[in-house]
Design a protein around this ligand. Sequence first.
Ligand SMILES: Cc1cc2nc3c(=O)[nH]c(=O)nc-3n(C[C@H](O)[C@H](O)[C@H](O)COP(=O)(O)OP(=O)(O)OC[C@H]3O[C@@H](n4cnc5c(N)ncnc54)[C@H](O)[C@@H]3O)c2cc1C
Length: 413
Amino acid sequence: MRTVVVVGAGQAGSELAVALRQTGFDDRIVLVGAEPHLPYQRPPLSKAFLLGKVGQETLRARAPEAYAKAGIECELDTSAIGIDRSTGSVVLADGRRLRYDKLALTTGGRPRDLRFGPDDIAGRALHTLDDALALRERLRHGGRILIVGGGFVGLEVAAAATGLGIAVTLVEAQPRVLTRACPPAVSGFVEREHRARGVDLRTGVSVRRLARRGGGVLAELSDDTEVGADLVLTGVGIAPNDALAADAGLAVDDGVLVGSLAGTDDPDIVAAGDCTRQWNGFLGRLVRLESVQNATDQARIAARTLCGKPTERFAAPWFWSDQYDHKLQMAGVPQAGDTAVVRGDASSGSFSVVYLRDGTLTALHAVNRPREFTAGRQLVTARAAMTPAEAASEDIPLSDLMKRQQRIAERTI
Ligand SMILES: Cc1cc2nc3c(=O)[nH]c(=O)nc-3n(C[C@H](O)[C@H](O)[C@H](O)COP(=O)(O)OP(=O)(O)OC[C@H]3O[C@@H](n4cnc5c(N)ncnc54)[C@H](O)[C@@H]3O)c2cc1C
């Protein structure tokens, strides 16, 4: 009997284990997870779950019985601490060794640690279900929260906390929020919405030091102002969990290095999800993607590779964020030098930003335009031709441009 061990029972690990069965792997599958929970979805942790709108059971990646039904052995609350490639085994924290014929690494990432003197205060992170349960409980008691970092998680927590009646201060060191992920028009919209709802949002400002004061903290900021808070949350991104791979001698560079078929430099080991830095066939470059869509797509690709049925997928990466009643959706990854064209009125609360390069659509960011996003995502994947005038004109629905693209594709075939 052959054994596949999957290390990391999160979004990618769950998907990979199930996809192995669906792709015809009949032998033993063991899913090892450091957390005590069955695989769950993280996105609601900073949104509906924090607001108390959905319960823990709705977070599950799959129903508990699905694993037993698929014959997947779950070893939860168990960390893998080493990989012995010479014997083909994974060493667990409790001393056991799991022999593998093939190994999958889906270890995700961990929040970047940021500590502030003089009391070496770290601030809370929001990454796991246990983090969310603790934060939700803490927010129930009211008070003031200081959020360090204007990325998606920080902004989503700001929206949820505001909804719960908490006074929120958010500081972002860059001149605008979402600098890495979004164009200025989207950042501007997000900043206006947060401020309109009472968030004290400060950009271009960082925390110089945190000191304990009474039951809370006093933050000294880089602009010489001070902010008092009962609670500090740090949301400054994640680092990939790639130490296991690095210690085993696999190629690692800010993530486990994998090709477009999710293979590492060991033919018996694949990796998927947030822990990887991948050669992305669609983007034509090495990237680290942190999204549900990437974790699930890459996991399915990895399962096919392990089953000897390698299949590359060329689709635009996409991501979403919910803040208040606004939906932000992004497809593709814009690059420096792309031309950004705003479609619609950025102050209206419903608009898109279309990115073009050499007459081709490369990315689309939609604010409260889910239908436009659906067509736009397909156009980005199709690398559709588009002029700046077409991109800007709301008289030409993107769905029409998609139909044109389909006609061009049919003629090409
Ligand atoms: C609060 C929050 C909100 C988010 N919102 C969105 C969103 O709106 N849209 C979106 O697309 N994405 C969102 N994401 C990102 C998305 O959840 C991740 O990209 C996705 O979960 C990645 O899946 P993964 O399986 O690679 O990693 P994870 O889901 O993080 O799973 C990795 C698992 O591996 C385990 N593990 C690590 N090391 C070991 C070890 N040595 N032994 C055993 N187990 C180990 C970890 O404990 C973890 O359970 C959000 C993330 C967070 C934290």
